[in-house]
Design a protein around this ligand. Structure first.
Ligand code: NAD
Length: 484
């Protein structure tokens, strides 16, 4: 079979579409024929093989991510490799119990039957991933897909080509293509894949493209998991430990150069703490990334914006805000030749500015002061539901109130971003920020069909079958009275 990864600019030339179709047909046959062969043992072995190849190719992954957007090695280890290894270890530890059929109790009306729920593989799955954590967000879902017993086609992002090539090589070295294959390429390749009747689509990316994916899935009634983005707010209360909050926020915001779906997009801070917070954030930026502009620019721990388009987009957000009266409180230094924007704090933004409406997805952090937190809650509730909300407060009542009165994919109290790393928490958004969940059991569940299995033993339901004689009618009425 000649189908390997396919590359190509839009539009897809016919050959690419054909090769995608034959790859899909190959995987479909394999998914059906191998249903019984994807035993616990086989799945555990596949997960181990993936980890072994990834370990062997670690230096290539690190090199590729540096080539794509100068991602520091330590950040690659912490945010790209560790989450996947953790997913693998967690799945290996728990897969046996996840696969065990769950007995369910019969109701009175179901007396005489035995019933259970089994998690069964969906079949052929499509995983479309973004560029910002390309390894983590390609292999993380793949671990769940394989744990659940599926075959999978991965479509990594065209914006990180060096990393996508390593992802393809790792897959080719580890799996036969009837089990896992990679299709490299841009939106056109993605759309050629989306034309096919996959059994599940796991998409990570922007809400705009998420809508395109869902519309394409609807044509085949394919189930979807959508891991999307949006503006995740952080609220800093007047009782918050400001130094601690600043430390965590600078890490959460400027790691990966702010190009993190769950990075704090903007901060609401109690007015009496605003000055202290800005000072603490400045000190922390200096401590972590360097005191001077040149130290910051030349520091090894700060990666770059992924491409000129995103660089221009973020600059335009800053320029629009500045032109409408916002103040640069820190940073704002740029170098288009390196796609570099220094860690930037910005004050006095207004809701009319583009920066207040669009997902920033870069190293720019607006700081908005509030007097009454109910206005913050009202603002959050009037917009699309965020992927995450972060609250820094020493008052439990304050954080509980935010949790109860708002909706978001997840929440961290006195931290940010780290809920992603918790293997027992579902990770995902809600509505505009996503549909469905990833990670651990929840990822396994996303790629599984919860199959209901009922076995009749001595059920008495047959007494209610037609013909509806007076005796049967009486029995139906009696059943209604007792059980209805
Ligand atoms: P994107 O939506 O532009 O692209 C994601 C993937 O979709 C890529 O593989 C791309 O090739 C493909 N694609 C692009 N246009 C398409 C089209 N018209 N039809 C079909 N496929 C298409 O997202 P991105 O720029 O790669 O990533 C940034 C976005 O992803 C942000 O919004 C961010 O918040 C979000 N994100 C979410 C999570 C999460 O876990 N919820 C994680 C990372 C990123």
């Amino acid at each position: 079979m000649s189908v390997r990864a396919v590359t190509g600019p839009a539009p897809v030339h016919p050959g690419v579409g054909d090769s995608i179709e034959s790859l899909f047909a190959l995987q479909r046959r394999s998914a059906v024929q191998n249903r019984a062969k994807f035993t616990l043992k086989a799945r555990l072995a596949m997960l181990s093989r993936l980890k072994t190849t990834m370990k062997r190719r670690e230096n290539d992954i690190i090199g590729a991510l540096y080539a794509d957007f100068r991602k520091p090695e330590s950040e690659v280890r912490l945010t790209e490799l560790f989450p996947v290894y953790q997913e693998i270890s967690h799945a290996r530890r728990h897969l046996r119990s996840w696969l065990r059929p769950h007995r369910v109790h019969a109701s009175l009306g179901m007396f005489g039957t035995a019933a259970e729920v089994r998690y069964q593989a969906k079949g052929v799955c499509l995983i479309i991933s973004p560029w910002n954590y390309p390894v983590n967000l390609s292999f993380g879902p793949l671990v769940s897909a394989l744990a659940a017993g599926n075959t999978a086609i991965l479509k990594p992002s065209e914006l990180t080509p060096a990393t996508s090539a390593v992802i393809r090589e790792i897959v080719e070295e580890t799996f036969p293509e009837e089990l896992v294959a990679v299709c490299e390429g841009d939106a056109a390749v993605s759309q050629a894949l989306l034309d096919l009747p996959f059994d599940h689509i796991f998409f990570t990316g922007s809400p705009q493209v998420g809508k395109i994916v869902m519309a394409a899935a609807a044509k085949h009634l394919t189930s979807v998991t959508l891991e999307l983005g949006g503006k995740s707010p952080t609220i800093v209360d007047s009782t918050a430990n400001i130094e601690d909050a600043a430390r965590k926020i600078v890490w959460g915001k400027f790691a990966n150069n702010g190009q993190t779906c769950i990075a704090p997009d903007h901060i609401y801070v109690a007015r009496n703490q605003a000055r202290a917070l800005v000072d603490a954030l400045r000190r922390e930026i200096g401590r972590v990334y360097g005191q001077s502009d040149s130290q910051q620019k030349n520091g090894a721990d700060y990666c770059r914006i992924v491409n000129p388009r995103h660089f221009e987009r973020i600059c335009a957000l800053i320029d629009d805000a500045s032109a409408r009266g916002a103040t640069i409180l820190e940073g704002g230094v740029r170098d288009p030749t390196q796609k570099y924007i220094s860690p930037t704090l910005i004050g006095e933004t207004t809701p009319q500015m583009a920066i207040s409406r669009e997902e920033i997805f870069g190293p720019v952090l607006p700081i908005i002061e509030f007097d009454d937190v109910s206005s913050v809650i009202e603002t959050i509730n009037s917009g699309p539901k965020p992927l995450a909300i972060y609250v820094f407060s020493r008052t439990r009542e304050f954080s509980e109130n935010i949790v109860k009165l708002t909706s978001s994919g997840g929440v961290c109290v006195n931290h940010n971003v780290v809920h992603f790393l918790h293997p027992n928490l579902p990770f995902g958004g809600v509505n505009n920020s996503g549909i469905g969940s990833a990670h651990g059991f929840y990822g396994f569940k996303a790629f599984s069909h919860e199959r209901a299995i009922l076995r009749d033993k001595f059920s008495v339901l047959r007494l209610l079958f037609p013909p509806y004689t007076p005796a049967v009618k009486k029995l139906i009425n009696l059943t209604f009275r007792i059980l209805g």
